[in-house]
Design a binder for this molecule. Sequence first.
Ligand SMILES: [Fe+2]
Ligand SMILES: [Fe+2]
Length: 340
Amino acid sequence: MIAHQARILIVDDDEVIRDLLSQRLQEEGYMCEVADNGSTALAHIELDSFHVMLADIRMPQMDGYELLTAARDIDPDMQVIMVTGIRETTEAVKAMKLGAYDYVMKPFDLEDVVHGVRRALEKQELKFQNRLYHKNLENRVREATKELIEKNRQIQILLFNTITSFVNVLEAKDKYTEGHSKRVAESAVKVARTCTLTRSEIENMRLAGLLHDIGKVGIREKTLQKPGALTAEEYDEVKQHPLIAERILEPIEELHMVLRDIKHHHERYDGMGYPAGLRGEEIPFGARILALSDTYDAMTSERPYRSAFSHEQALKEIEMNAGKQFDPELVAQFLMLYSY
Ligand SMILES: [Fe+2]
Ligand SMILES: [Fe+2]
């Protein structure tokens, strides 16, 4: 692609060589510029871009090495072929180390020079294509990542809307729980923020809080709405709600990380809770947070069969149950957060 538009800069203090090279390379269809010293060559490179520079090593004032180094600083993509005398092999090697692509020795066969220029151009084309390929690849990866982030965002929105619908279903059935799920979610997030949890673990507490009582949709309304104390049988029925929640939410893979917290939000630190009778740290950490936020909200809410506890009474009750119903360390955090 480059070949016939290729621009070549020829730098030599010997006019005969400059003309010879320029003439032959122009016959190949290349555009040639000439310079008789390093400074002029650099001025050309500053102004224009060249694909290949042919530079003599032995020149007065600025030698080929100096020119090579300065030229590569200006245009690192330009390929440089050094022209050197027959006894200057070590110097040619030095030039290669400084970044020259190739060298030709004087007296040179013009066809060798043409061949060298052609190879240098091919290499440059390859470099160009390679860079283009990587740039395209980077763009494609960037695009794909953007799409993925957007899709993920949409899934998160869908998930959140689904959860809100679930909560609405529950609240339509059990009017006493109105606002309860949301308040528990907010409180659980607040407590979680004081613990060493990741941002996503904290956000999971919001989902767990919103959904913790979703299993109540499987409990008879008669039992949920009963104004007085529950019979042992009715209480057994209510105790099913964490297990029902697990069954309801199980098909949603995106909620698996909060399933255990929801399932165990009625466990007690002393092992006397339900559904599994887990004890202490056997209870998932999130479930221990939920237990606190849930109980606090239930206590401070009005019920048909009892009036709401005051904020102070509820905190006192929680404090008294540290190590019994609740994780004592979390109780300390909770009291610190809620004492005002
Ligand atoms: Fe519950
Ligand atoms: Fe609850």
